[in-house]
Design a protein around this ligand. Structure first.
Ligand code: GLP
Length: 243
């Protein structure tokens, strides 16, 4: 595991975007695992800048998103479909048929989990997986639990997660109770993982997850076993690593 602590978020956004650029320059057909939440927004903005400057192309790339809410219409402003379009897909040359996001409105959600896993299995593994960190240590929507799931599955969101994500909705009631998420197995299978963590409020969970015991109650702690994990933190999130 490589941990890098930066003075500010802008530096992290540039670093992460440059890693995506390097990946696509070396492997134009790279498979990228993408995350949502507030953390990657600035990274996507940097990527769009690189694209606008003609430095990066996604024409041959494939992307897999980690997760999607269940029951939110795809066009809802807070669906991860909308998020990806707004923050990245509408601004780059990634062909729409090469961008995969689980369908949280599929009539048969179990079937949708299998379909998503088949697509992931066909791709074999992500070349680069971008991850944010949930306030309770979740990854994607793999919530703390007695056991974790290998493949794509349906998850009931923890109250802490719904409360954390309520900031994007008008009321807590509007926050979906369930989501569909890529499993920890698919995430850990990635060739390289870039975990990005911002802010004082995640300092403790980041430190515990990356230095404490590996436990299913802290899904991010499983990242410790990954052979090619890079963690980018601002100085607030990385505070405890310096002590
Ligand atoms: C969300 C997403 C995660 C994300 C996390 C942190 O619920 N499902 O993929 O990493 O929460 O979000 P944020 O970056 O807004 O703190």
């Amino acid at each position: 595991m490589i941990q890098l602590i930066f003075e500010n978020r802008e530096q992290i956004q540039q670093e992460a975007a440059e890693r995506v650029l390097a990946m696509l320059q070396e492997h134009p057909t790279a498979i990228l695992g993408l995350a949502t939440g507030s953390t990657p927004v600035g990274i996507y903005q940097e990527i769009v800048k690189l694209y606008t400057q003609g430095l990066i192309s996604f024409k041959k790339a494939t992307t897999f998103n980690l997760d999607e809410y269940i029951g939110l219409p795809e066009t809802h402003p807070q669906s991860y479909h909308t998020y990806m379009k707004r923050n990245l897909f509408d601004h780059i040359d990634l062909p729409v048929e090469q961008a995969y996001i689980p369908n949280g409105n599929a009539p048969d959600l179990m079937e949708e989990c299998l379909r998503y896993d088949e697509l992931i299995n066909k791709a074999n593994q992500m070349d680069l997986q971008i991850l944010g960190l949930g306030h309770n240590g979740h990854i994607g929507f793999n919530e703390p639990a007695d056991s974790l799931t290998n493949g794509t599955h349906i998850v009931e969101l923890r109250e802490q997660t719904r409360l954390a994500n309520a900031r994007f909705f008008h009321t807590l009631d509007e926050v979906p109770t369930h989501a569909i998420t890529m499993g920890m197995g698919s995430i850990l299978k990635a060739k390289s993982i870039l975990l990005v963590v911002y802010g004082e409020e995640k300092a403790e969970v980041a430190f515990k997850a990356l230095t404490g015991p590996i436990q299913t109650e802290l899904p991010a702690s499983l990242l410790q076993i990954h052979p090619n994990l890079t963690v980018l933190m601002d100085k607030e999130a990385g505070r405890l690593f310096n002590d």
